[in-house]
Design a protein around this ligand. Sequence first.
Ligand code: HEM
Length: 437
Amino acid sequence: MSKTRKQDPAPTGATVPPDPGPAGVSRRRLLGGVGAAGATGLVLGAGGGAAGYAATRSDAPTALTAVGSTEAMFHGKHQPGITTPLQARGHLVAFDLVAGAGRKEAVALMRRWSALVRELMAGRPAGGSADGPGHDTGIALDAGPSSLTVTFGFGRTFFARTGLTSRLPAALDPLPPFSSDQLDAKRSDGDLWVQIGADDALVAFHALRAVQKESAGTVKVRWQMNGFNRTPGATARPMTARNLMGQIDGTGNPKPADEDFDRRIFVPASPGTPQEWLEGGSYAVVRRIRMLLDDWEKLPVDRQEQVIGRRKADGAPLSGGSETTAMDLDKAGPDGRLVIPDNAHARISSPEKNGGAAMLRRPFSYHDGISEDGTPDAGLLFVCWQADPFQGFVPVQRKLDRGDALSPFIRHEASGLFAVPGGAAEGEYVGQRLLES
Ligand code: HEM
């Protein structure tokens, strides 16, 4: 999926060794007029401080670090941004087709978006003439591809608007309501969904602006959410990420090396069915889950660990071992009580307790400032991937809804379900197999 090695292994993606040296960088823009500025940033980083700006300025091109030079592949069996390792920055955006826009306009948009994203993911500027309306904003000049991925999905409402209801898969039925839902309809659902991720904030924002500009006149933004994860290289060794509650989050995820990974995450070939076009695709469930951090942070660490069923420091199950040791759900302590409590989040959500139901959780954290009540508006932009949401997210969330020890500390505030087509082959645009079926 990506051309250079990433440091954060979860979720994993196929990688090949870095392509070091100025030759690799020249593929991008450093040999152009902006090369000096790109190199300057690197020299300053090494030289340590703004005071040295003039003194350390150098016009000699320098290799990008692995963070900047890593490139995810646009073409492939699956779209990028599903098994790609978590990125440091993310934008989730849902769009609705404007009145009067139908299939023809949707085809043209997906063509334009695909052509644009292929360029951006390779670290090249958006097309268009230098001074025309389509010209590049310049926001990502000097930066490498920085693991940029852009992933496209279709919501249930897209099918009626484009006259494609015969292609609407049953798995796009609306998610059932859950008793603890406090959903905001304005920040939920949408005809089209775009997930943008990159290891650099400017590269991610550049892609967001370019995608929005390219869509003008065909769709309008319904909602947008912005998130983040740990920056690659911030930890001394590659490790599973932490969320804003401080927990190691992602341990139990299915791994691409698992024998049944593809079957659980990607839609299989299904000739003659309404989801034939979705082969190699997946379903994304998106939930904005607010964390009630003021309440959570009042809990002593041992109570926090009981809520999850894993140790906070290293993610090991309370039944013992290290992060990767399987949970022993039957183990009792000297007092005869289960060491991983009955209502612990990791117990209730485990595939073992849900008839094998599994999903690939690939979230971003978010922080949108302070709410009117003075508490942080922060939490998880929970994104999970599965071959069928009614075999993955739905049964697990039903169970969590009934008795998860984490429930008093979280609030589901927005929701979306999107069918994400397989990757575009060379010469194809994303969604072509649906839109031209
Ligand atoms: C803010 C909300 C949430 C937080 C903070 C959270 C946190 C965690 C943590 C710390 C773990 C243990 C480590 C790991 O295996 O990743 C975990 C496991 C898991 N969570 Fe969540 N979670 C949240 C919401 C959800 C939701 C909504 C679902 C799905 C409906 C879910 C499904 C799972 C699953 C499937 C596991 C793995 C269980 C296993 O394999 O044993 N989580 N979660």
